[in-house]
Design a protein around this ligand. Structure first.
Ligand SMILES: Cc1cc2nc3c(=O)[nH]c(=O)nc-3n(C[C@H](O)[C@H](O)[C@H](O)COP(=O)(O)OP(=O)(O)OC[C@H]3O[C@@H](n4cnc5c(N)ncnc54)[C@H](O)[C@@H]3O)c2cc1C
Length: 533
């Protein structure tokens, strides 16, 4: 009999397992894939090329998880994306470069608008204040107004204190948090390349355009966290994103947890309204006092538990989770770094400033992003999709053979189509994406040695993400805080006794953070009268 079985060895499942084992529970992790990490994984897709196959950049990692689990001592190393964290190439001129050096960023903005260059530092300070206030709620179970407890008050008071400190900005903050990104950004800036570039953060993973309600929050979500001590810089994980999962797995094992791969759970055994263990796809049954699922909520409840074991209104709410995915991921091996129009080639083909961060293509203005979404909303492939290109091997030579590189293209907006339709569309769409990169970096397509194209159904098949949704369910305003995954069940417990949920489908949501797994483990331990260590 296990004290706790964790379903899913993604980064949240591994985080939860590490805390459960440190709390003294006999803990077993079961992962269906042959390797750990879920969407936070490094895979050698082609000999010598190690690819962050899904998630590609770290920014949201919770400092508490890194510190408490001793992840740096277990091999985690972050590489800050300097000098530029963001580059927007344009057909004429050197494009827009933004990074940690604020003066250099303003110099890059000024040719488009002197007013915007002046406003940019104030905008950054505004986002900093907003993110700091919200971050107070990331590492705790979300307060539920219907069941407010004394322990919920300190984080709420800290949020309040931060908001009061920024009270002049409150109307603007409310407009950003509750509304679409477009008017919020337009209240700060006028120049299109800057607006388009900043709006990409509001659209990542969202089936939405800049004018869609709720995109303001998605923008804030993506500026929270500060890898390497700097907001918005984000970082590469040395060795690819899987190195984060490996460090977590090591922390879990060191605390006594057992981890099994190639161990797909077919169902969670429920008797008399309580989780009693799991049954694997090979038919073997494992008993446990508690089960913590870090698979997504739809897969967990409708797939592994089954509607028959759930209250009807709860099952209905789970069915209502928006798992559509606008994301197509392309992984590439390249024989050289791209050279962008308007920018000098780097010495000896080495990295130039524009290679270090995210390269935004298709984001030269807000209307282009609106059109990208509008096409997908109408069921069509966008002519000019939003593309986030990253070249991690420019900063981490361990990822590719000498002189060669790996590239990742995170593409939106993929339309919501049946899996069979994607068989005919996957490659033509990828060709279109590569031709758009060629427009700004001639010869890019010719530099491709290998490619992998993952459409939404592929993200579901490979990583087990229902619908291919990268967040385990949209980060809509109706699914935040105690409303996530569904209203009434926002604190990691479920209507099934002894069954907890601890993946990205819970507060504080998607992204490589570790917060969901840490918070869920804390609640399970609490129910057993154990303090999290
Ligand atoms: C293409 C893509 C790009 C992304 N880019 C970024 C990025 O750059 N930065 C960022 O912060 N976030 C990014 N994200 C989002 C982020 O990766 C996810 O939100 C996060 O990794 C989810 O972690 P998780 O541990 O909660 O769940 P998952 O990573 O989904 O892990 C769940 C695990 O459960 C396993 N599982 C499912 N069912 C079963 C079963 N029946 N039995 C056993 N195991 C099971 C799965 O195989 C998986 O390993 C991206 C995601 C994708 C898909």
């Amino acid at each position: 009999m296990w004290d706790a079985i964790v379903v899913g060895g993604g980064h949240n499942g591994l985080t939860a397992a590490a805390y459960l084992a440190r709390g003294g529970l006999r803990t077993l992790v079961l992962e269906r894939r042959p390797l750990l990490g879920g969407a936070c994984v490094t895979e050698e897709l082609w000999p010598g090329y190690r690819v962050s196959r899904a998630a590609y950049v770290a920014g949201l990692l919770r400092p508490a998880v890194v510190r408490e689990l001793g992840l740096e001592a277990r091999g985690l190393r972050l590489i800050p994306r300097r000098p530029a964290s963001s580059f927007t190439p344009l057909p004429d001129g050197p494009g827009l470069l933004l990074g940690h050096d604020r003066r250099a960023a303003c110099d890059s903005i000024r040719p488009f608008s002197a007013r915007d260059a002046e406003a940019y530092p104030r905008y950054e300070a505004f986002l900093e204040g907003a993110a700091r206030a919200i971050e107070e709620l990331l590492d705790v179970p979300p307060p539920d107004p219907a069941r407010l407890a004394v322990r919920d008050l300190p984080p709420l008071l800290r949020v309040l204190r931060r908001l009061v400190a920024h009270r002049r900005e409150l109307p603007r903050l409310a407009a950003l948090l509750l509304g679409p990104a477009r008017p919020a950004l337009e209240s700060w800036f006028e120049s299109e390349p800057l607006l388009g570039t900043l709006a990409t953060d509001a659209l990542i993973g969202a089936f939405a355009g800049p004018s869609s309600p709720g995109t303001g929050y998605v923008l804030i979500h993506h500026v929270m966290g500060e890898s390497c001590g700097e907001r918005g810089v984000w970082a590469y994980v040395a060795g690819g994103m899987g190195a984060f999962a490996e460090a977590l797995a090591q922390a879990a094992r060191d605390a006594g947890a057992e981890i099994r791969c190639d161990a797909a759970v077919a169902r969670i055994a429920v008797e008399d309204g309580r989780a009693r263990g799991v049954v694997l796809e090979d038919g073997s049954a494992l008993e446990a006092r508690a089960v913590l699922s870090a698979a997504d909520p739809v897969r967990t409840f409708l797939g592994l538990v089954g509607e028959g074991a759930l209250p009807a209104d709860f099952a209905r709410a789970v069915r209502g989770i928006d798992v559509r995915s606008p994301v197509l991921k392309i992984n590439l091996a390249l024989d050289r770094l791209p050279v962008f129009r308007g920018r000098p080639p780097a010495a000896a083909g080495g990295p130039a400033p524009e290679h270090s961060g995210t390269i935004h293509i298709g984001a030269r203005d807000l209307d282009a992003l609106e059109a990208s979404f509008a096409a997908a909303a109408g069921g069509a492939l966008p002519e000019r999709p939003m593309i986030e290109l990253t070249l991690p091997s420019a900063l981490d030579a361990s990822l590719a053979p000498p002189g060669r590189h790996v590239a990742s293209l995170f593409v939106q907006h993929a339309p919501d189509l049946p899996a069979a339709d994607w068989d005919a569309l996957r490659d033509p769409f990828a060709d279109r994406v590569l031709s758009l990169v060629d427009e700004v970096a001639p010869g890019f397509g010719a530099s491709v040695l290998h490619r992998e194209v993952l459409a939404p159904p592929d993200l579901e098949r490979v990583f087990g993400l229902t619908g291919g949704n990268i967040f385990h369910g949209a980060l809509g305003l109706d699914r935040l805080l105690c409303l996530r995954p569904v209203p009434g069940w926002g604190r990691y417990r479920t209507p099934v006794g002894g069954l907890y949920l601890g993946g990205a489908g819970t507060h504080p949501g998607g992204g490589v953070m570790g917060a969901c797994g840490r918070n869920a483990a804390g609640e399970l331990l609490r129910d057993r009268g154990i303090r999290r260590r």
